[in-house]
Design a protein. Structure first.
Length: 276
């Protein structure tokens, strides 16, 4: 059981983070019925299905990274083929749930799965192709689940909401870039050209800061247009707390402090349309 938990990255606070990513977009349409719940579940399964696939594809990287060696050991314990089969089954299940809701949800979840495949597997393997990796990961785990849940809940085209969603995607890109910094040594050994490997740790941290500031401007603008300046200030304050964690040097510290701040910010963004 611990091996499956590690493979799906469901240890705290990741489990809460994935649930928030899957559901918070629906809050901006303020409707929750059975179809929305199924769409959120499809989002959640699609998001976590990418983690066993990533562990399978990254076993050579993780074995060289002390704080992620447990992921390689989990793959070895269960068996690489079984891990791959599990990821494929979960992806099929997620798409089946999405199809049961609507074609829009099916397209959204299908795009999430396609991006995870492109991110992890050769010959494309966007993870090792500079900024393509964090951008694709942010779209797959941040933007698309938000849009899919919003569409399932009957959300209409609203420029303010799209500003918020785009801002969250920028924030997620920065976090994905930041999260890869402690993996720099292991990625370099196997020739994975992440931004931290190609340009250095300081460049990656600076880019994370710039993306976060850009995301804050978009989120703040969207919240201001939709709910007023007070709620915009609340949302920006919650999301900007992440900047305090941008220089954490190890994955353990990032997980404990940085990701916890990211979870809190997502909860706040989900609560704003329900309270405003």
């Amino acid at each position: 059981m611990p091996a499956l938990t590690y493979l799906h990255r469901l240890e705290h606070p990741f489990g809460v983070h994935y649930a928030c990513c899957a559901a918070w977009g629906a809050c901006y349409a303020t409707r929750f019925d059975l179809a929305v719940i199924i769409a959120v579940l499809a989002n959640f399964v699609a998001i976590i299905s990418g983690n066993p696939l990533n562990a399978y594809a990254d076993i050579r990287n993780d074995i060289h990274t002390a704080e992620k060696r447990h992921l390689a050991q989990a793959v070895q314990e269960i068996g690489a083929r079984k891990v791959l089969a599990l990821a494929i089954f979960e992806m099929i299940f997620a798409e089946a749930l999405a199809i049961a809701v609507s074609w829009r949800v099916a397209v959204g979840v299908g795009l999430i799965l396609a991006l995870y495949l492109a991110y992890n597997l050769e010959p494309i393997r966007l993870k090792r192709r500079g900024y393509s990796g964090p951008v694709v990961l942010a779209i797959a785990a941040g933007l698309l689940p938000s849009v899919t849940a919003y569409a399932a809940a009957g959300g209409q085209a609203d420029p303010a909401v799209w500003l918020v969603f785009s801002g969250v995607a920028a924030l997620a890109t920065g976090r994905a870039l930041w999260w890869a910094v402690p993996d720099r040594a292991g990625d370099a050994r196997v020739g994975s050209n992440t931004p931290a490997v190609v340009y250095g740790t300081r460049h990656a941290i600076n880019a994370t800061t710039q993306l976060t500031v850009g995301g804050l401007l978009l989120v703040g603008g969207g919240l201001w247009f939709r709910f007023g300046w007070m709620w915009a200030a609340v949302g920006v304050a919650a999301c900007s707390a992440f900047l305090l964690a941008r220089d954490l040097p190890t994955a353990r510290q990032q997980l404990r402090y940085g990701m916890s701040m990211a979870v809190v910010s997502t909860i706040v963004l989900a609560a704003i349309p329900l309270l405003a």
